[in-house]
Design a protein around this ligand. Structure first.
Ligand code: C5P
Length: 232
């Protein structure tokens, strides 16, 4: 199901909850990242869930398979809707993560893989990680590995969504940050698309932070994102 995910990049629970107070009618799909989770603790998940919002817990796990499996098992108990890990951890780690995430009743949150962070470029990959292949090929190979392990999708640019679907199938989800309103501030994102373009390119979920959280009227900005992305 296509949706807009609002990145709650706030430093504290208080700031996060007062932002969410503005949304009286909407049930949102929100992203909690490391900053908020580490500062506010797991209770922030419960407090946001209690308000009826869906949660993408963006903690990007990467460790030995057994550790990731046990950590995912803990996260599955938090009743989040989507979690992620680094595909660079390998197939055994991804399969262990799925195993740990699956609850006794067979349900589980969506599991999404990060391929290469957008802060990684060709030079860093070649000189520090000693990976000599073109970055696009590396990203697609990681995406195929994630799909083969049974994961639900990857984080990628809307510009890569079509290629990912071609390689991994239309059911394989693309969760895409780097989305800006036409004429809006680009900030530190280098390649951006609008919500409508992201929809045309095949994004399943767009992740938008500052264009909504820093807007003068966040509720109006959120509604605009939803209506452009879902073409309402
Ligand atoms: O404020 P903005 O819309 O740029 O927020 C985008 C969100 O998506 C942030 O939480 C950022 O960390 C995350 N993200 C990203 N690019 C990636 C992966 C995650 O912008 N490649």
């Amino acid at each position: 199901m296509k949706d807009v995910i609002v990145a709650l990049d706030f430093p504290t629970a208080e700031k996060t909850l007062s932002f969410l107070d503005m949304f009286k009618e909407e049930k949102l799909f929100v992203k909690i990242g490391m900053e908020l989770f580490y500062s506010a603790g797991p209770s922030i998940v419960e407090r946001i869930k209690a308000r009826g919002h869906k949660i993408f817990l963006d903690l990007k796990l990467h460790d030995i398979p057994n550790t990731v499996k046990r950590a995912m098992n803990v996260l599955s108990g938090l009743d989040v809707d989507m979690v992620n890990l680094h595909a660079a951890g390998g197939s055994a780690m991804m399969k262990a993560a799925l195993d740990g995430l699956t609850r006794a009743d067979g349900t589980r949150p969506l599991l999404i893989a990060v391929t290469q962070l957008t802060s990684t470029n060709q030079q860093l990959m070649e000189q520090e990680l000693l990976i000599k292949l073109p970055i696009d090929e590396v990203v697609m190979s990681y995406a195929r590995n994630a799909a083969a392990c049974g994961l639900d999708g990857v984080v990628c640019s809307p510009l890569e969504a079509g290629k990912v679907h071609e390689a991994c199938g239309m059911e394989f989800l693309t969760v895409t940050p780097g989305v800006r309103f036409a004429g809006g501030e680009v900030g530190d994102q280098s390649r951006v698309t609008t919500p409508a373009e992201a929809a045309r390119l095949g994004s399943d979920y767009i992740v938008m932070g500052r264009p909504i959280t820093a807007a003068e009227d966040p509720v109006a900005a959120y509604r605009r994102a939803v209506s452009e992305f879902l073409e309402k």
